[in-house]
Ligand binder design. Structure first.
Ligand code: NAP
Length: 483
């Protein structure tokens, strides 16, 4: 069982107090590195969500000034940094990613609170230039109101920071629902907020449990005008359907299928190093990780050789051990999806460059999937059509830039893409034709707090981070002032 001074209350947080589930149902949270149970968590549902919404609605009846909200954000950022080792440990134990990487995620989360504290004055009213129709015009950035925040397991603290920081900056009370695989990091963060800040009761609420009951209560409530969701495109589509009657504001950060294009003039060592950092972070379970690697014909063999050598050197193991590059997958479903993609590719003519044959692997024994590279991959294979969400690198050959652009865009997703190319005009031409919200040029880096990030096509609606990510939690109210 997990022991942590940040987990003295394992439960929900409603109206400024810790609370337990009304029902006697619970679910287990386990360490994916060894299958051992970390703790049981009470299963909350409709009743607790309704209570949380009512508390948030009460908090929404008064307003806080910008300076107060700036201090909240700064205090949370500082608290996260102070406790990053312990939060990182909890995160590593329930998610599996290496402890060092988990601490990096805590820093990443803190950077969103820092950033929104820095730019909160963007929410001061804007007076538009000139006098039109005999009036001076002012635009006020009003808080949307109570917001529902639903997050996935792959970044247990990173994803909530992108939502909670701008919600607090905009003065929106919130009801948060974390994923059932990783609720403990969220509880630890709420414990810090409870201990270190003096927020009005109901300003932040945490409800953990049954996804359909919590989701339907949030989508069905007229008191929740906005939902911000990060997760799969399937659940995002469900939320669109469930909110269409009430026409709620939606922020949706959904699935990806990122192309990673390596041109013949690229620095191949840099491309391989960046690909590894991008692809194997979180064991390949990130929305922005490269899913399809397009390598130009004339450098395909050389790039494959460099990449395979680096992948073979990777160390896989329990994230709490020293010198581990990659931990386990989150659960057996995730493991079996990677296995299915590799098996499908090999059956259809791909070559296993490194990794194990799927017949040698079973999720019954462990969730550590070996870092795998396959070559001779074609566009018909499952691993290029679907988001693998695991440590698989499929290498696809291309001849012309036009072919890479067409193949890269041949997906319903539009989240992240990467281009490695030393000719800047050529690179910018390729990027300008790619329909992805985030396009790395000679880097595999993912999003950062100061830049708007989000998906085109079925990868989502709206942006997180940047000024855009702050304004998502506001409604502009225009006041023509007749004097
Ligand atoms: P998921 O199954 O969609 O779950 C995400 C969250 O939604 C979890 O909290 C889940 O709760 C909840 N949920 C499930 N069904 C629901 C319902 N009917 N109503 C309301 N909430 C519901 O996604 P996941 O497997 O956790 O995450 C992986 C996906 O997220 C990938 O596709 C990845 O690309 C995407 N992702 C996107 C971004 C981005 O920024 N675009 C970032 C990270 C991840 P339970 O855990 O209780 O089921």
């Amino acid at each position: 069982m997990i022991e942590s001074y940040l987990l003295k209350n394992i439960g929900g947080y409603i109206d400024g107090s810790w609370c337990q589930a009304e029902s006697d149902k619970s679910f287990a949270v386990s360490n994916p590195a060894n299958g051992k149970k970390l703790t049981d968590v009470g299963m909350m549902g409709t009743i607790e969500t309704e209570r949380a919404i009512a508390a948030a609605k009460r908090a929404n009846q008064s307003r806080r000034d910008i300076q107060t909200r700036r201090e909240w954000l700064e205090d949370i950022a500082n608290a996260l940094r102070d406790e990053k080792r312990e939060i990182g440990r909890v995160l590593c134990l329930e998610h599996g990613k290496p402890w060092q990487e988990a601490q990096g995620e805590v820093d990443y989360a803190a950077s969103f609170f820092d950033y929104f504290a820095e730019i909160i004055d963007e929410l001061q009213p804007d007076t538009l230039p000139g006098n039109v129709k005999g009036c001076s015009w002012t635009v006020h950035h009003r808080p949307v109101g109570v917001v529902g925040l639903i997050t996935p397991w792959n970044f247990p603290i990173g994803m909530i920071a992108k939502k909670l920081a701008p919600a607090l900056a905009a003065d929106c009370p919130s009801v948060t629902k974390p994923a059932q695989e990783t609720p403990l990091t969220m509880i630890a963060m709420f414990q810090l907020i409870h201990d270190r800040l003096d927020l009005p009761p109901g300003m932040v609420n945490l409800v953990i449990g049954e996804e359909t009951e919590i989701g339907n209560t949030l989508t069905g409530s007229p008191d929740v005008p906005m939902l911000s969701f990060t997760g799969s495109t399937g659940v995002g589509r469900l939320l669109i359907n469930n909110t269409k009657e009430q026409i709620k504001k939606l922020g949706l950060e959904l699935g990806g299928n990122a192309p990673f294009i390596v041109c013949d003039d690229a620095d191949l060592d840099a491309a391989a190093t960046n690909l590894i950092a991008n692809k194997f972070r979180g064991s390949g379970q990130t929305c922005v990780c490269a899913n399809r690697i397009y390598v130009q014909d004339s450098i395909y063999d050389e790039f494959t050789e460099k990449l395979v050598a680096k992948v073979k050197a990777m160390r896989v193991g329990d994230g709490m051990d020293d010198n581990v590059d990659m931990g386990p997958l989150i659960n057996a479903d995730g493991f079996n999806k990677v296995k299915k993609h590799v098996a499908d590719a090999l059956e259809n003519g791909a070559t296993l460059e490194t990794g194990k044959h799927p017949n040698e692997l079973s999720s019954d024994r462990n969730l550590f999937y070996p870092p795998t590279v396959i070559s001779r991959v074609t566009h018909e294979m499952l691993c290029t059509r679907e988001e693998t969400f695991g440590p698989l690198v499929p290498l696809i050959r291309f001849k012309s830039d036009e072919e890479a652009i067409m193949a890269g865009n041949d997906t319903e997703f539009g989240l992240a893409a990467y281009v490695f190319c030393s000719n800047s005009d050529r690179a910018h031409h390729i990027i300008s034709r790619l329909s992805f919200g985030h396009c790395g040029l000679n880097t595999g880096t993912g999003p950062a707090a100061h830049a708007p990030f989000g998906g085109m096509k079925q990868s989502g609606i709206g942006r997180e981070g940047g000024r855009e990510g702050l304004l998502e939690f506001t409604e502009p109210q225009t006041v023509p002032n007749g004097g």
